[in-house]
Design a protein around this ligand. Structure first.
Ligand code: UDP
Ligand code: MG
Length: 314
């Protein structure tokens, strides 16, 4: 009998975990020719999430938990789940039921009967998210589409079903600054996209604020494109050319008309402008340098405090 692993990253989800458990069990019961393992990853919650997950695990042998030593972020939680999963098919779902388990039978069907390696989902709307978030998300996808070779699908969710082969390929990418939407796309394989109407959270609140999302977007850009570096070099070249022309212009002007000391306000403006550009470009370099810096340290992506999954020795 084939096994399906369901990975559920949880960060302060005490209000939703039980609701999720009930809902996923409806789907599990309808798919009685599969074995299931539910892997709840407690990402350093400060509420009661851990105890709820643990008591589920005591009652149901299919429930596994991974308890992090602190909050490492959703990316780390997904990675830990993928690494410790053992299913032939693996799926990732949010605990807040924004990723409907009821889609699972259809997704399994695509992989088993139509030869896909992965079924990914995207939501058709962003109802329930703030205007600011919607606007910036749209901008992000426009920019990344232009500057990255890795294709990112707008509205894509992390909810997807993958074959073991694809999961193993993703696990091999051990980078520290993880941007899964890019990584899933990078590994390739045959992916079927299905759409669904965006669901609102069943309970609790979103764990993302503007700055968290902003720096996540930067991870996406810096991780999957080096175009900003090229753009900053081009800006540098353009400004060199402009200053070169200006120098010649000033020399000629001084030789022909003599030197009169005027024009310092415009000079100040130019200095401000050019040093602004310089700092901006330096900032871009800094972004890449800082990501490289974090990468070369080879810090672990997550640290497990306790789990009921047997960890294979490396
Ligand atoms: N999550 C996590 N660690 C974090 C932030 C979020 O494991 O640092 C989990 C969270 O518990 C949920 C999923 O990631 O299961 C998606 O989070 P959320 O619903 O807050 O995001 P949104 O739907 O607003 O994008
Ligand atoms: Mg959510």
């Amino acid at each position: 009998m084939k096994k399906i692993s369901v990975i559920v990253p949880c960060y302060n989800e005490e209000e939703t975990v039980n609701l999720f458990y009930q809902e996923i069990n409806k789907t599990i019961n309808s798919l009685n020719n599969y074995k299931f393992e539910l892997i709840f990853v407690n990402d350093g919650s400060s509420d009661n999430t851990y105890n709820i997950i643990k008591s589920l695990a005591n009652e149901d042998k299919n429930v596994k938990y991974i308890n992090f030593s602190k909050n490492f972020g959703k990316e780390a939680a997904m990675y830990a789940g993928l690494e410790l999963s053992s299913g032939d098919l693996v799926t990732i779902m949010d605990a807040d039921l924004q990723d409907p388990p009821s889609l699972l039978p259809q997704m399994i069907d695509y992989i088993n009967n139509e030869g896909y390696d992965c079924v990914a989902t995207k939501s058709t709307s962003r109802n329930g998210y703030s205007f600011l978030r919607k606007t910036f998300t749209r901008w992000f996808y426009k920019i990344i589409a232009k500057i990255s070779k890795t294709q990112m699908v707008e509205g894509a969710r992390d909810y997807r079903l993958m074959t073991r082969q694809m999961v193993d390929a993703i696990i091999k990418m051990k980078e520290y600054n993880r941007y899964s939407k890019g990584l899933f796309s990078f590994v390739g394989f045959n992916t079927k996209w299905i759409e669904f109407e965006n669901q609102e959270r069943v309970a609790g609140t979103t764990k993302w604020n503007f700055w968290k999302l902003f720096s996540y977007a930067l991870d996406g850009i810096v991780g999957f494109s080096t175009a900003p570096l090229i753009i900053s070099s081009i800006i540098g070249v353009i400004f060199c050319l402009i200053s070169f022309i200006m120098i010649i212009f000033i020399i000629v002007k001084t030789l022909v008309f003599g030197d009169e000391t005027s024009g310092w306000p415009s000079l100040t403006c130019i200095i401000f402008f050019v040093s602004g550009i310089q700092l901006f470009c330096l900032g871009i370099m800094g972004q890449y340098l800082s990501k490289t810096y974090l990468e070369v340290k080879h810090r672990p992506i997550y640290i497990i405090k306790d789990t009921n999954i047997k960890i294979k020795d490396e």
